[in-house]
Design a protein around this ligand. Structure first.
Ligand SMILES: [Mn+2]
Length: 416
């Protein structure tokens, strides 16, 4: 029985730490090795193969080398862009690999501005693939609004639709804020819907649309996803058996490249020295050799400042037992002392407000909300949003996306 593999959201190039970048590549290599061993006809990659449009090139080179190895043993690759590796203005590494013949883009548009027509790519084993790439800030919403679904539904044969976006009816509870589209946006009657973008594994069927699958990442792409690994979440990809007409079996193939452990300390109501002591004790007792260690401190300190928490000392203790990597996260640590500090108006804030109030009278527009005090509020909100800084472990693309989305939301131009 012929089979194909479905992966997504691999995010090659994610993480600043070389050892984590390397683990991510190991996961990719293990997945491709398994595809070769299982003699898959082809691999469908549903977007976000890379963490940005131009990721770290040594990571790209290692990933491309593995794909070449698979290609040499007869495995074909079909890919679309995701919101991370797509760029509206610049070339993406996906274009480069497409140009080099390493994979085939599953999105073939015949776009003349009217209805969006897609062409099928026919794999030598018979399946017909088509898809819509994920783009930035839902430019793809317009694609689905214009999509000529009837033509795609009329096509005969074993069809796979490749897409990168959440489905409203299937959104996991943990991602309820995620922007999603109704299942009706997808053409009906395909044998398999190879989805990406949702970093949480699921496969489900809805009326008229069977096998809507999201494999999620092969490893992790940030701190919180590493934490889910520590708490037992499995990551991997789907292996799909098919006959000429339909899917006969879908198997989840777990990929595990390392152990991840989390040392979590709640600082709630405690003094800084006590938290330091607890952290040191936890670090002394932890079995961390050869593992990725996450050190999470959260909650509101009862006494002392957040800067009194000495994470580097705890890190030092952990490093003595040869872990693969130690990551710390105190982004949810606050202190009562800081919160009850006298609230004096921030001088910078006052200066900005004053400046906007003076200048708003010169704004020449018919839009009422851009004028007067509401215009000032809008300008202040926008300025605050644009001052946001890049978070630890956030990629440049994620950061830019987040910032642009925040700006559009304030302007009332998007709801992401
Ligand atoms: Mn992704």
């Amino acid at each position: 029985m012929p089979r194909f593999a479905h992966m997504s959201d691999i995010h090659v190039g994610a993480f600043r730490q070389p050892e984590l970048r390397s683990l991510l590549l190991e996961a990719f290599e293990a997945a491709i090795d398994r595809c070769i061993a299982e003699k898959v006809e082809f691999v469908v990659m549903a977007g976000d193969i890379f963490d940005s449009n131009i990721p770290d090139l040594s990571a790209v080179s290692r990933a491309a080398g593995k794909m070449k190895e698979a290609a040499d043993s007869g495995v074909r690759f079909y890919a679309i862009y995701g919101s991370h590796d797509f760029s509206p203005n610049f070339s993406s590494i996906v274009d480069v690999l497409d140009g080099a013949g390493l994979f085939t883009r599953a999105e073939r548009r015949e776009d003349s501005g009217g209805p969006l027509r897609l062409k099928f790519v026919v794999d030598p084993a018979g399946p017909k693939l088509c898809g819509v790439s994920g783009k930035k800030l839902s430019i793809d919403r317009d694609d689905y609004a214009r999509l000529d679904r009837e033509a795609l539904e009329a096509e005969q044969g074993f069809k796979i639709f490749v897409f990168h976006g959440g489905i409203e009816e299937l959104k996991p509870g943990s991602l309820e804020m995620m922007e999603a589209m109704p299942a009706a946006s997808l053409p009906s009657g395909f044998a398999y819907y190879a989805g990406g973008h949702v970093h949480s594994r699921s496969i489900s069927s809805l009326p008229g649309r069977e096998n809507i699958a999201f494999p999620g990442p092969l490893f992790a792409t940030d701190y919180s996803e590493l934490a889910s690994l520590a708490h037992g979440e499995e990551r991997g990809f789907y292996l799909v058996d098919f006959d000429g007409e339909r899917v006969t079996d879908v198997e989840f193939v777990p990929i595990k490249v390392c152990e991840v452990v989390e040392i979590r300390c709640s600082a709630g109501g405690k003094a800084a020295q006590q938290v330091n002591r607890e952290l040191r004790d936890a670090a002394e007792g932890a079995q961390v050799e050869g593992k990725v260690v996450l050190l999470t401190v959260e909650g509101e300190l009862g006494a002392g400042r957040t800067s009194d928490i000495d994470l580097s000392a705890v890190r030092g203790i952990l490093l003595r037992s040869s872990p693969l990597s130690v990551l710390t996260n105190a982004s949810k640590l606050t202190s009562r002392e800081l919160r009850t500090a006298p609230a004096s108006p921030e001088p910078v804030h006052a200066v900005e407000l004053d400046l906007f109030r003076r200048e708003i009278t010169r704004v020449n527009t018919k839009e009422a909300r851009l004028k007067g005090e509401s215009g000032v509020t809008l300008a202040m909100d926008l300025l605050t949003a644009m001052k946001e800084e890049k978070r630890e472990n956030e990629s440049r693309a994620e950061f830019e996306d987040r910032k642009a989305a925040a700006g559009l939301k304030i302007l009332g131009l998007g709801d992401k």
